[in-house]
Design a protein around this ligand. Structure first.
Ligand code: NAD
Length: 495
């Protein structure tokens, strides 16, 4: 693909998004309704997308149930693995197209979406391997008589997945891979702001031979399709990635049939820089840790704690990074940072900038929406750095989901641990120090699902990702994740 794709209709955008995938049939929404998805860099409408409602979700759940109880149940682990490798091959072959779709629909620079290839193809292959590694155990009981006691692991059944817009391909693969590996079936509800890549992925899954009804896609809005899926009595487990407020709504909606839940929610992750660190590298990493994907990453390191001796140096270095990053359309290979996903999101972020000013933080870079020929039509925001931020300020406590860094000075380890943990969230945490003892000590004390030392936001299929506290529960990827898609059955045989 070439940048000219940006100005021409993408082959996938000509009508194919007007259909839901239910039970192997591509079909319009029962209501016939559609909604628009737009390119956030230009404001242009990309495609009309089918708007699923309760009826479509009912049908998709029924199709998923039928598939779960049908031939899919008899697929052997190595057959599921082979299918997943075939899908991984197709994702690899079509990766460029998928990366472009992500870039067009949610705005991330093409360099960024291309860069996830190895991880995402690897994720499918890693879980293909896990499909053949499902083990129960036997137990030596203390009962009288001869007892054979063992555990079996069985797929939980129909899974509903609801995903956000900030990494559509990423989220689609994170949700699909464990479902296919475990032998469950899936109804996927993409985000209304970025529904295209999940649809293209579903076409590839069909092509790979995923049987009808195993993967169903219902595009639509959270309030309709999302709530219908979250409350559905036919869904055995719901895997959600998104905001805390929606996560809480999902917990309530799930109570009707007590479905199992995994929640990957927001964050306000601390990124801690000690004076003994490689300061230029740490400052660069701290800046990118906030600004990557225009700040629309759940584990963005948005609270940058800097030891007082290096505070001025780090603030200056981060301001320089902010000023030199190229903010532009994602289709431009030179862009470091794309637009925010919507005009609404820009307004939200500008509201936080205003609150930072009002509450007395010092703005040292950015702080405004970008205009000019390159930016006027899209939702672009300048990378922003606030210094002299106090712990109680809104910009230090609330998830902004935009390119806004809050820099906070600290003096010693105990103090920074206490302040870093004083947050409702607990997703990621970063630490920069050359002192190995300190690195170990602080890593154990930070309340977070992942701690990165002398690096930030590293991910790999072999490592778990998830949160504590308001950042949710459950883990994605890593060796234990499949257990979240499996029920354990105790088997007792007296003999
Ligand atoms: P969101 O919660 O508004 O929407 C996420 C999804 O939920 C969308 O598909 C939406 O349609 C659906 N939804 C909305 N209301 C619903 C309801 N009442 N019932 C059921 N579904 C509903 O979040 P967003 O704005 O799309 O995404 C940003 C948020 O996601 C941020 O808070 C970010 O931190 C979080 N996130 C977390 C992770 C993680 O792994 N922890 C990853 C990416 C994003």
């Amino acid at each position: 693909a070439s940048p000219s794709l940006a100005n021409t209709p993408h082959p996938f955008l000509d009508g194919r998004a007007k259909r839901l995938l239910i039970g192997g049939q591509w079909q319009p929404a029962a209501s016939g309704k559609t909604f628009e998805t737009c390119n956030p860099a230009t404001g242009a409408v990309l495609a009309q997308v089918a708007e699923a409602g309760q009826v479509d979700v009912d049908r998709a759940v029924a199709a998923a149930r039928q598939a779960f109880e049908g031939p899919w149940r008899r697929f052997k682990p190595d057959e599921r693995a082979a299918l997943m490798h075939a899908l991984a091959d197709l994702v690899d072959t079509h990766y460029e197209e998928l990366a472009w779709l992500d870039t067009l629909d949610m705005g991330a620079p093409i360099r960024h979406t291309r860069g996830a290839r190895r991880h995402l193809v690897g994720m499918l292959r890693y879980f293909a391997g896990q499909a053949t590694c499902i083990h129960g155990q036997t137990a030596e009981t203390s009962l009288n008589g001869n007892m054979f006691a063992a555990t079996l692991k069985e797929p939980v059944g129909v899974v509903g997945a609801i995903i956000p817009w900030n990494g559509p391909l990423w989220a689609t693969i994170f949700k699909t891979a464990p479902v296919l590996a475990s032998g469950c079936t899936l109804v996927l509800k993409p985000a209304e702001d970025a529904p295209l890549t999940p649809l293209r992925f579903a076409e590839l899954a069909e092509q790979a031979g995923v049987p009808p009804g195993v993967l169903n896609v219902v595009t639509g809005f959270g309030q309709e399709a999302g709530t219908a899926l979250a409350a559905h009595p036919g869904v055995d487990k719901l895997s959600f990635t998104g905001s805390v407020a929606t996560g809480q709504a999902i917990v309530r909606a799930s109570a009707g049939n007590l479905k199992r839940l995994s929640l990957e929610l927001g964050g306000k992750s601390p990124h801690i820089l000690f004076a003994d660190a490689d300061v230029p590298r740490a400052a660069q990493a701290a800046a990118i840790g906030v600004f990557a994907n225009a700040g629309q990453i759940c584990s963005a390191g948005t609270r940058v704690f800097v030891q007082r001796e290096i505070h001025a140096q780090v603030v200056q270095a981060m301001a320089e990074v902010a000023a030199t990053l190229r903010v532009g359309p994602g289709v431009d290979a030179e862009s470091d940072i794309g637009p925010l996903v919507s005009a609404r999101q820009v307004e939200r972020v500008l509201g936080y900038v205003e609150s930072g000013r009002e509450q007395g933080a010092r703005l040292v870079a950015g702080g405004e929406r970008l205009g000019g020929p390159l930016h006027a039509q899209g939702h672009f925001m300048a990378p922003t750095v606030f210094a002299e931020v106090a712990d109680g300020m809104r910009i230090a406590r609330e998830e902004i989901f935009g390119p806004v860094a809050a820099v906070l000075p600290f003096d010693d380890l105990d103090e920074v641990v206490r302040r870093a943990n004083d947050s409702p969230f607990g997703l990621g945490a970063g630490v920069w120090t050359r002192d190995i003892g300190r690195a170990h000590a602080i890593a154990r004390r930070l309340q977070a699902g992942s701690v990165w030392v002398n690096c930030y936001n590293q991910m790999d299929p072999s490592m778990p990702f998830g949160g504590v506290k308001f950042s949710g529960y459950g883990r994605e990827s890593g060796p234990q994740q499949l257990d979240e898609y499996l029920n354990v059955k105790g088997l007792w045989i007296q003999h």
